[in-house]
Design a protein around this ligand. Structure first.
Ligand code: HEC
Length: 183
């Protein structure tokens, strides 16, 4: 067997190098495909306060440069600008928006809405998709839709109907996220 490998590698010589390059290219192609086809599972979520906070909202992205870009868009309310694929946004600990490639959810520019169940053990996904409803049975997107100019991010003043919670209540709910370690 070993002799066969030696012979084969002698014969292939340069060709072998080409194969290595081809395999490497294939791998990098498949990893970029993987990035385009974002996978979100329960373990994608955790203590909301571990993410970057801008005003009321927590922002996460696995890629530090893309996180910076998402924070910039959010902080400056940049109009007509889409958030990078892979951006996670949370206002309330049990609700989240995650940006997929546009074609995954064409109606919402790729945003997927999550309604989560939280406990000290972690996150369970109750509902997900572009049709998700909140704790009152109201469709997430029905409220976020007016903010079309801001990639459906509401904040205050982007045209969305307000959430029935004031800033202090929002802060209390964020402080009470059961997934965060007690200190
Ligand atoms: C009553 C309308 C309404 C409904 C229903 C609603 N939202 Fe929102 N959402 C808002 C408003 C308004 C804000 C901005 C609040 C603020 O920043 O003070 C917001 C903020 C957010 C944010 C932070 C980023 C942003 O857009 O400002 C996320 C994430 C979010 N909502 C997800 C959801 C999810 C997921 C659902 C459904 C489970 C949902 N929302 C249902 C109105 C709504």
């Amino acid at each position: 067997m070993r002799r066969l490998i030696t012979i084969v590698s002698r014969i292939s010589g340069l060709g072998c190098m080409r194969a290595v390059v081809a395999v490497a290219m294939g791998l990098s192609m498949s990893s970029s495909l993987y990035a385009a086809d974002l996978t979100v599972s329960e373990s994608s979520f955790g203590c909301i306060r571990d993410w970057t906070k801008v005003r009321n909202t927590y922002i996460k992205h696995a890629d530090p440069d893309k996180l910076k870009e998402a924070v910039r868009i959010f902080k400056n309310s940049v109009p007509d600008k889409e958030y990078p694929v892979g951006t996670f946004l949370q206002l309330l600990p049990d609700e989240a928006m995650v940006k997929h490639p546009r074609q995954t959810f064409p109606e919402t520019n790729g945003w997927e809405f999550f309604h989560l169940d939280l406990s000290a053990q972690g996150t369970k996904i109750r509902t997900r998709g572009d049709q998700t409803v909140n704790f009152q049975g109201v469709k997430c997107f029905s409220c976020h839709q007016p903010a079309v100019k801001y990639d459906f991010v509401c904040e205050k003043g982007h045209g969305c109907a307000p959430v029935p919670l004031d800033d202090q209540k929002i802060a209390e709910l964020q402080a009470a996220d059961p997934r965060c370690k007690k200190n």
